[in-house]
Write a protein that binds this ligand. Structure first.
Ligand SMILES: [Zn+2]
Length: 253
């Protein structure tokens, strides 16, 4: 299985528009972060987790020519706003499968009403195949995907375990029962926003504590704010098996 980090930045992306913060002005490409998303590939299968406002740029950047579906963690703008840009895939492949909880689907229908229109639909609009998911395993091709539920402020969010790989983002907490589902993974992705505490995201300390509990072989931090600091400097302070993800990073599991 191959995982490509399409974006590793928090909701505003880095650099933040108009910011003079040193990290936003950094010339290190690893300090530039599009909105958080990953591409997960195995054999001929290509799935994306989340589809934020940078989706078009991310698809062009990774040279992706087809997708088999999009899984949504939750409905916040930085995770869904690129949905209209599935059009090139839709024109080529037909309806694109989207996997989401019913609450997330409701939000998508409100925001992208024209995509879900069944009568007099505008011919240029894309269409999707709705795959409603609950907190229960489901199959993508030959892989069993296990959703893992966490809290993002008051909102439930899903992470997804694909065999030895588990992708989570936008977590502030997770119940023991859900953590149990992640135990034994080789690679874990988790959000680490910044050094200071935040009401809806793990800060660095909380992310490291979460990793310590799960004990994966390797962990990668994502959904990073400029306030976490320079990539090169933060990376040096991390435990041996923990890394800061960066845009375009590819890992094999
Ligand atoms: Zn987010």
């Amino acid at each position: 299985m191959k995982v490509t980090f399409l974006g590793t930045g928090t909701s505003q992306g880095i650099p933040v528009i108009g910011s003079r913060h040193p990290v936003c002005l950094s010339t290190d490409p690893k300090d530039s972060r599009l909105r958080t998303s990953v591409l997960i590939e195995w054999e001929d299968n290509k799935y994306i987790v989340d589809c934020g406002p940078d989706f078009r740029q991310q698809m062009l950047r990774c040279g992706c020519e087809k997708i088999d579906g999009i899984l949504f963690t939750h409905e916040h703008s930085d995770h869904v706003l690129g949905l209209d840009d599935i059009r090139p895939f839709y024109f080529k492949q037909g309806n694109i499968s989207i996997y989401a909880h019913k609450r997330v689907l409701k939000a998508l229908k409100k925001r992208f009403d024209y995509i879900f229109e069944t009568e007099n639909k505008y011919p240029g609009a894309p269409s999707v195949s709705i795959q409603k998911i609950k907190n229960k395993p489901f199959n993508l091709a030959d892989v069993k995907v296990i959703p893992v539920k966490g809290k993002h402020f008051k909102l439930n969010v899903f992470g997804f375990r694909f065999n030895d790989f588990c992708y989570t983002t936008d977590l502030k907490s997770m119940k023991q029962k859900e953590k149990q589902k992640i135990k034994g993974v080789k690679v874990l992705v988790v959000n680490a926003l910044r050094i200071e505490a935040h009401y809806s995201h793990f800060n660095l300390e909380e992310a490291l504590k979460f990793i310590e509990e799960i004990q994966p072989e390797r962990a990668f931090l994502t959904h990073i704010s400029h306030l976490l600091g320079f990539h090169a400097e933060v990376e040096k302070q991390l435990p041996e098996n923990v890394f800061l993800a960066y845009d375009n990073l590819e890992i094999s599991i």
